[in-house]
Design a binder for this molecule. Sequence first.
Ligand code: AMP
Length: 309
Amino acid sequence: MSLLTVGSVAFDAIETPFGKTDKIIGGAGTYIAFSSSYFVPTQNIVSVVGNDFPQEMLDKLKGRGVNLEGLQIKQGEKTFFWSGRYHNDMNSRDTLVTELNVLEHFDPIIPASYQGADYVLLGNLSPQVQKTVIERLDTRPKLVAMDTMNFWMDIAMDALKETLKLVDVLIINDEEARQLSGEYSLVKAAKKIREMGPTYLIIKKGEHGALLFHGEQVFFAPALPLEEVFDPTGAGDTFAGGFMGYIASTDDYSFENMKRAIITGSAMASFCVEEFGTNKLENLTKSEIEERIQSFVRLTDFDMVQTVG
Ligand code: AMP
């Protein structure tokens, strides 16, 4: 089934308690593309970079089946740049720099060959751009999922709420769910957010796993207890890419299958954090991924032999 993905393709500079990088390749769209590429043979990406972006990385994406026809390269302009510093707990971070550059006036063009997409994942980008992408699709996809972040809530909350009306699945973290809803309790937050549009809501809680809300149903997926988290950047996008890649490859967006998709996304995110940037995600094997998914299955597998009374 065809998958269309949208998101920033960027330069990042990251500081963690373990080290610091110069400009490396990042971006929500990049993490999504690598992660979902293990599930779908091909995907269509919509994004924009400047002509300072290395061809070598574009070739790597192509090599993983990513169609770059919808990725604009702006001559004489600079690629989006983001820099962040993680706190000692590695769960929270401060954004140090956001230079929108090519993203500032990004007009997403949907090539004709991208039309008819069954599944769409709107990665982290301005909510206006996310909305424009949906509006430029000739047919309504089976499922539209969307990610966003506090940055857009701070500067474009109204636009974000307009975009939310058009999506089926929202994927955000616990802090963002609280900011969006104004509620501290995640159950109350989930209720309010689903009244804004998305019928499915996934709330990520970093090393504490993720929750899926739909109607009266709730599902909880753990995060794998890892000995070392090297760099959490992109974990959320990698999760979303694995989630949507799995849904698209199985062509099943029932609540039951979303549970499997969440475990798949969590497994992919657990690889992402093991190295700086997209390094780890670029060359995974099928058996590594399968083994990691089984680790998740074992993590919560237990037999209840006796109940009270
Ligand atoms: P995550 O760690 O999953 O929240 O995603 C981190 C990635 O998001 C980094 O690679 C950044 O390049 C990208 N990013 C950070 N801020 C923004 C923003 N305002 N818009 C789009 N992408 C962003």
